[in-house]
Design a protein around this ligand. Structure first.
Ligand code: IDP
Length: 153
C-alpha cells in the first residue's frame, strides 16, 4: 500500500467550460479521497513557482499568462498510488496523444490549454500543495469520521 497525496488543478479553460463536477466525479468514482478544494485566482508569483521546472521553456510566459487568466479549481486528493494513477486518468499533455477515456483525451483540444494539471512526482506534489494550501486547512483521510465509508483506514 502506497497512500499518497497529490495536487490536482482544473485550469482556467476547464473551469470556464464547466468541467469541475465531471473531474471531481472521476476522482471520487476511482475511490480517491478529496482533502481540500478551492476556486481561486492565481497570481503570477504563485503560477511561476508552480511551473518553476519549465522556466526555460519558450512557452513559459504564455503558460503563466494562461494560468493567471481566470479562476482555477485547486484540489488535494489522497489515495493508493494516486500520483501515477491520476497521471493516467489525466492523459498525455498533447491532445493528439491523449487517449479517449482520459480527461484530456475526452475534453482537451489544445496542448497549452489542456483542462487539468496533476503532480508528476511526490516531491512536486508536496511543493505544489504547499504553494496553494495552508497545511492546517487540509483534512486528513485518517480522521475518525472521514471518509464515511470502507475506504477509511
Ligand atoms: P503536463 O501538464 O502533462 O505534466 P508539462 O510538460 O509538465 O505537462 O507542461 C506543463 C503545462 O505546460 C502543460 O500541461 C501545458 O499547459 C503547458 N505546455 C506544455 N507544452 C507546451 C507547449 O509546447 N506549448 C504551450 N504550452 C505547453
Amino acid at each position: 500500500m502506497t497512500i499518497q497525496r497529490t495536487f490536482i488543478m482544473v485550469k482556467p479553460d476547464g473551469v470556464k467550460r464547466g468541467l469541475i463536477g465531471e473531474i471531481i466525479n472521476r476522482f471520487e468514482q476511482k475511490g480517491f479521497t478529496l482533502l481540500n478544494a478551492e476556486l481561486m485566482n492565481v497570481d503570477r508569483q504563485k503560477a511561476e513557482y508552480h511551473y518553476m521546472e519549465l522556466k526555460e521553456k519558450p512557452f513559459f510566459e504564455e503558460l503563466v499568462d494562461f494560468i493567471t487568466s481566470g479562476p482555477v479549481f485547486a484540489m488535494v486528493w489522497e489515495g493508493e498510488s494516486i500520483i501515477e494513477v491520476s497521471r493516467i486518468m489525466i492523459g498525455k499533455t498533447s491532445p493528439l496523444e491523449a487517449m479517449p477515456g482520459t480527461i484530456r483525451g475526452d475534453f482537451a483540444f489544445s496542448k497549452a490549454e489542456n483542462v487539468i494539471h496533476g503532480s508528476d512526482s511526490l516531491l512536486s506534489a508536496e511543493r505544489e500543495i504547499a504553494n496553494f494550501f495552508d497545511p492546517l486547512s487540509i483534512c486528513s483521510a485518517r480522521d475518525k469520521d472521514y471518509p464515511f465509508d470502507e475506504r477509511k483506514s
